[in-house]
Design a protein around this ligand. Structure first.
Ligand code: BGC
Length: 725
């Protein structure tokens, strides 16, 4: 829909200004004889912007307009600025490179070809019914600012002593106005601030502040110092084994802040840079500025917290807290793999692995709806998916199994959690085109053998020097081909479509998969934990028990420890507990030695790590080339805790928890457990605790909803209300 902003011009700085953040400014002359009934600002940018009217911040959106497939669509925001506009107001807008022109949005380098620009319309409605608009055009002035450099990866440099310069009138750029769409996702906001919990002088003698939590955002500081004095800040997620500041894992992302003090006290916080950190090092700091003058500002998409969990084992509760923080820290408009190194991209594999857990922690329907729309737009005409969305990589698309399959997995999961068929309607064509592509790809019609696959990424059974676990790539890819085909059948069937062609395709894939990868009674090619986990959870094999027996044996032989990577880990516990090995699943969950979910907890983790041994038992670190301490993917274990330990699951026939399945798998080692989720119908909850050897259960079913409880193989119905058994 065309609106005022479509009549405005995209405007840019009149000359090359290097890395300086420009300020676009326009004096408003509103009618002095009329009362303002309403004032609205519609605004967007190719880049990131922050707007002010007379020094008052407009809205609370950080890094607006957010990150979309910029070649296809750019969100604009609409703010009510009624109280801010006066007769002689000045509207000013800061503009940064952001994802559009900065290093983050490309293969790794700033794009000199891309010129950041803004577009805006201020609409003033008077009490007499008349309207006045102020649009961006060449009458806007462009000024330099004290911000000399601001980059999402590298940080910010600010000189408050700098003389500001008027660069003259803005220039108009020819850009496609049809790209502009209204805000679709959640706003990115400052969600909370944390004060330092400790000031440390490290063995190297460096002054470090610990915020007690690995987080995404930045710092704010009430900065006092003599004119010209410097504040220089470095960031880190961890300290090394000697207690020294360690951030080599940031790779080329500099994450540095330099501020030259103006002389008087200022409140400073970086505008267009964010960092993933728990610690800051004060490399230079004026004597007048104390530790308490610093705060960490937590920034992420503003999602409502809807889920909760607790149990009788404290390290598991800490793991849950780490999962929730991992989500906060990586849901910054797009689901990023990590928030700290020179990456921070919307990797499809990570997102699909975590999407169910994500929807059991926070209300993420709006967040994923926007991202899935970009995902569909990023698909090519042949049905191929990129590895990341928005796709910041150049070159031809070459989809990888388990990454590309986000196209079918995430819409179906959102439908299951939220019961909104629009997810299916919006994503059907994309999901179908992807399955059709895989069907046609390569020389085997019913297997997925070609392509550049990430395999069982980071699997511990990887051959020396490789990041890919040893599970056969064709086995994984063809298993996902089956899963995505079945997901497509479910998506289409829920929309009332005849999906018999894809049902047949699915049957053929299953037959071929068994022919190719089942090597004997209960045996799979390669004999890896991941292969069995996929076969069982994706229901690829008919007689599951011998395969489950083999999986349980492999886990036990390995000392109740996993060997799985990105692909196998999310399914490992379910594969066991669905097939008579709940005790083995709990042994894995409660394992505290490397590799396990609780091992990082014993090492003081406050988020989920990329590597099970990001910090090794001897205190050394995993190699710097790939070692994030804030990678949410393995946090998907909450699927199992919520869906199997507590046993709460939605029903495909009545999604959104209109009908709930409760199939709890209690274990005395947890003592008690309880989990809940605020659904659109109300609170769904399950709890159990042990009294001696007796298990007591409690289930909560929202009004107008029904449930089916299954305990010890016996099922019975439940109506709305809280029931104790
Ligand atoms: C990312 C992962 C991602 C992977 C693809 C990495 O660099 O951090 O999380 O899924 O690449 O294999």
């Amino acid at each position: 829909m065309k609106t005022y902003i479509h009549q405005a011009e995209f405007i840019a700085a009149p000359k090359a200004i290097g890395t300086t953040v420009p300020c676009f400014s326009r004096k408003l002359t509103v009618k002095d004889d009329q009362e303002i009934a309403k004032a609205t600002l519609q605004i967007s940018a190719l880049g990131v912007y922050e707007a002010e009217i007379d020094g008052n911040r407009v809205g609370q959106f950080r890094f607006a307009p957010g990150w979309t497939e910029y070649g296809k669509r750019v969100q604009y925001q609409t703010y009510d600025v009624t109280g801010l506009v006066h007769q002689e107001s000045v509207l000013s807008v800061l503009l940064g490179d952001g994802w559009y022109a900065g290093r983050i949005g490309r293969d790794g380098e700033r794009d000199p070809e891309k010129i950041p620009c803004i577009i805006a319309a201020l609409i003033v409605e008077y009490a007499d019914g008349t309207t006045q608009t102020v649009l961006t055009d060449s009458s806007w002035q462009v000024l330099t600012t004290p911000i000399l450099f601001s980059c999402m990866f590298d940080g910010e440099t600010v000189d408050f002593t700098r003389e500001l310069e008027n660069l003259g009138n803005a220039v108009v750029l020819e850009r496609d106005h049809d790209l502009l769409i209204p805000q679709e996702g959640e706003e990115i906001r400052e969600i909370m601030t944390l004060s330092p919990v400790e000031e440390i002088i490290t063995p190297k003698g460096e002054r470090v502040l610990d915020f007690g939590q690995n987080l995404t955002g930045t710092i704010s500081v009430c900065l006092s110092g003599k004119r010209g004095e410097m504040l220089e800040v470095s960031f880190a997620e961890v300290l090394d084994k000697d207690g020294n500041f360690y951030n080599d894992n940031y790779r080329s992302a500099k994450n540095k802040i330099f501020v030259t003090c103006p002389g008087e006290t200022v409140n400073y916080s970086p505008v267009f840079a964010f960092q993933g950190f728990r610690y800051i090092r004060l490399d230079q700091c004026p004597a007048e500025t104390a530790a308490q003058d610093f705060a960490a500002v937590v920034i992420h998409s503003d999602m409502e917290r809807t889920g909760d969990f607790a149990c009788g084992v404290e390290p598991v509760n800490k793991l849950y807290s780490n999962i929730v923080w991992g989500q906060r820290d990586n849901f910054l408009d797009v689901p990023t793999d990590c928030p700290q190194r020179d990456e921070r991209k919307g990797w499809l594999g990570d997102a699909q692995v975590f999407c169910r857990t994500a929807s059991y922690n926070f209300k993420v329907d709006k967040f994923f709806r926007k991202w899935l729309h970009d995902l569909a737009l990023a698909q090519d005409a042949q049905g191929r998916m990129p590895h990341i969305v928005p796709n910041a990589f150049s070159g031809e698309l070459n989809p990888s199994a388990a990454w590309a399959d986000a196209a079918t997995i995430i819409p179906l999961q959102m439908y299951m959690t939220y019961g909104d068929p629009q997810f299916l309607i919006d994503q059907y064509d994309c999901a179908k085109a992807f399955v059709d592509y895989v069907h046609k790809a390569g020389h085997e019609e019913y297997l997925w053998l070609d392509g550049t696959h990430f395999g069982d990424w980071l699997g511990l059974d990887a051959p020396y020097g490789s990041y890919k676990g040893s599970t056969d790539e064709g086995l994984i890819a063809s298993a996902y081909f089956a899963l995505s085909t079945m997901n497509l059948v479910k998506i289409g069937s829920a929309m009332g479509k005849d999906m018999s062609v894809y049902r047949n395709l699915y049957e053929n894939i299953i037959e071929k998969w068994n022919e190719t990868y089942v090597t004997g009674e209960g045996c799979l090619l390669g004999d890896t934990q991941t292969a069995y986990a996929l076969a069982l959870v994706f229901e690829l094999v008919e007689n599951k028990q011998p395969f489950a027996d083999r999986l349980a044996a492999l886990v036990k032989e390995n000392g109740n420890k996993l060997k799985t990577g990105f692909v196998g880990t999310p399914y490992l516990l379910k594969a066991l507990s669905d097939n008579g090995y709940t005790d083995v699943a709990y042994s894995l969950l409660l394992q505290t030695e490397f590799p396990s979910w609780l091992y990082p907890v014993t090492k003081g983790a406050t988020t989920i790590w990329e590597h099970w041994d990001g910090i090794r038992p001897d205190g050394s670190m995993w190699s710097t080339d790939m070692n994030s301490y804030n990678h949410y993917a393995y946090g998907a274990v909450y699927d199992w805790i919520f869906g199997e330990a507590l046993g709460i699951a939605p029903d495909y026939e009545n999604p959104g928890f209109k009908h709930v399945f409760f199939t709890p798998h209690p274990d005395k080692r947890l003592g008690f457990a309880r989990a809940s989720l605020k659904t659109k119908y109300g609170l769904v909850a399950a709890a159990w605790h042990y009294e001696g050897d007796v298990v007591r259960y409690e289930f909560t079913v929202p009004a107008s909803c029904t449930a089916t409880v299954t305990i010890d193989g016996k099922s019975f119905p439940l109506g709305a209300g809280t029931h104790r058994l």
